[in-house]
Design a protein around this ligand. Structure first.
Ligand code: 4AD
Ligand code: MG
Length: 467
């Protein structure tokens, strides 16, 4: 019995084949007098392969009408050069079997659907052209992430998903508890008694693996994490998800400069990988999603990214002659409108903004030496790209114990909760730096898909957690 041939291998064949076995789903069927054309897709690539089922096949009369769009089908036959236009190979069926029926209620009939509708059928949308392409690219780039770091002698560290520490000190965390919410145990002063909870303390879903990553960078030198991350921020935008995947390298003996260079190399590596290994899927996006996609990706590959300090960025924004919804002033955070102006209108290229005001950035970032007190900055960097804004946030970390404690005090953090983090500065501390790349934002950039809900299999956003 022949083993299964994937459609992508059949389409890439270099010679005809006598007995092949195809398994997949019917995309379309056209019936002529003496035969039917069935387009079979198995998800291995964008295209389907054309199968010709002759009316002389023994089960033709009984079965062909069941080969509806969406039905699972198995075909045995010959791979032969195609007579028709647009494809090199087709399959002459010697037998076909309907494995799983789909009737006329199957929602993915040939006509185009809106992305909003497809989100409601997230259990079926991977079978559409667009989402098949998105999730093949997602898989390929996840592989490329590991390749990039493994080639550079980084070790992959699995940081915990349940954590008791707030890595960003921003407080947007999901609580993890097994307490009976209707009747929680209470302390004498009327608070919920977290010591009676599963872990004996308050716990949360992680917002970042960075702090644990730093532990491992102080042992293995170069590490990265790649895992799910959770933020309970109530931002209903096309770029925010409550559950997303983040890649976080952490490098010992590295400063902000080295960090920015690594980030740039990483982003370019992923783009190049997709250009090489996902060519057909990217062409599909360029045709149906974003016609400038390929030119933009190639442009980004060629150009060195601009580096611009926060202070310079504020000057550029102030002198732009634009009216901003969020006023521009030294000390205020850059908003999406500012980020997009810098990359899309001013520099017209990806921009790394660095050295941000200390007060608006996380407690662990390294204080820049020699600043005027009212203009104290930290060695932070954000990589901004056209169309999306921030895809990477990173920094050189504060490796000096006293300065780190001062940063924690500034952000009103309890040192006791971070005792182990402070220990890293007591025992063999070194300059070190790292960053986080939002995997979905990278996928949006590479595919041109405009909404984060459409690059993650099952989106978790405020008010939605279906499937
Ligand atoms: O800038 P952020 O918050 O940085 C950190 O978490 C650091 N601990 C990273 C580090 O230095 N190791 O997040 C990093 C990136 C952002 O640039 C963005 O791409 C993505 O994570 N991100 C989100 N993606 C989707 N939905 C959200 N709600 C996101 N929040 C951040
Ligand atoms: Mg950030």
């Amino acid at each position: 019995m022949p083993t299964r041939t994937l459609v992508k291998h059949a389409l890439d064949a270099t010679a005809p084949a006598d007995a092949i076995l195809l398994q997949g789903w019917v995309r379309t069927r056209r019936d002529a007098k003496a035969f039917s054309f069935i387009e079979v897709n198995d998800g291995s690539c964008l295209k389907g392969i054309q199968v010709i089922a002759n009316a002389t096949l023994p089960n033709y009369a009984a079965e062909i009408a069941r080969a509806h769009t969406g039905a699972a089908i198995e075909v045995r036959g010959q791979l032969v050069p195609s007579q028709g236009q647009g494809q090199k190979w087709e399959v002459i069926a010697e037998s076909f079997t309907i494995i799983g029926e789909a009737d006329a209620t199957y929602p993915l009939q040939k006509k185009g659907h809106t992305l909003e509708f497809l989100r409601e059928i997230a259990h079926l949308r991977p079978r559409s052209n667009l989402f098949g392409a998105v999730f093949r690219v997602r898989s390929r780039l996840a592989y490329a992430v590991h390749q990039f770091f493994q080639e550079r002698n980084f070790f992959y560290v699995h940081t915990p998903i349940i954590t008791a520490s707030d890595a960003e000190g921003a407080g947007d965390m999901f609580r993890v508890t097994t307490l009976d919410l209707a009747h929680p145990p209470m302390t004498e002063d009327g608070q919920v008694d977290a010591t009676k909870d599963f872990f004996g303390k308050k716990t949360f879903l992680t917002v970042s693996g960075q702090l644990e990553g730093e532990i491992f960078a102080h042992a293995l030198s170069n590490i990265y994490t790649f895992g799910p991350t959770f933020r309970a921020e109530n931002s209903n935008t096309s770029r925010h998800a409550a559950e997303f995947w983040m890649i976080e390298p952490e490098v010992a003996f590295c400063d902000l400069e080295g960090d920015m260079t690594l980030a740039e190399e990483f982003v370019k590596y992923l783009i190049r990988d997709a250009r090489t290994h996902c060519a057909a899927d990217l062409e599909f996006f360029a045709k149906f999603v974003d016609k400038d996609l390929l030119a933009r990706l190639d442009f980004v590959l060629e150009k060195p990214f601009v580096r611009c300090s926060y202070t310079e960025a504020v000057e550029i924004l102030a002198q732009s002659g634009k009216t901003w919804e969020h006023p521009v002033a030294w000390g205020a955070n850059l908003q999406a409108e500012h980020e997009r102006y810098l990359t899309e209108e001013h520099f017209k290229c990806p921009v790394t903004v660095y050295n941000y005001p200390r007060a608006i950035k996380a407690f662990y970032m390294r204080q820049t030496d020699g600043c005027a007190p009212e203009r104290q900055t930290v060695a932070a960097m954000d990589l901004l790209v056209p169309g999306i804004g921030e895809i990477i946030g990173g920094s050189q970390r504060e490796e000096r114990l006293d300065q780190l404690r001062a940063g924690m005090a500034l952000h009103h953090l309890d040192e006791k909760a971070y005792w182990w983090y402070l220990d890293l500065r007591r025992y063999g501390t070194v300059p070190h730096a790292g960053f986080g790349l939002g995997f979905e934002r990278m996928l949006m950039f590479v595919t041109g898909v405009a909404n984060i809900r459409d690059v993650i299999p099952f989106a978790r956003t405020p008010g939605t957690a279906d499937f």
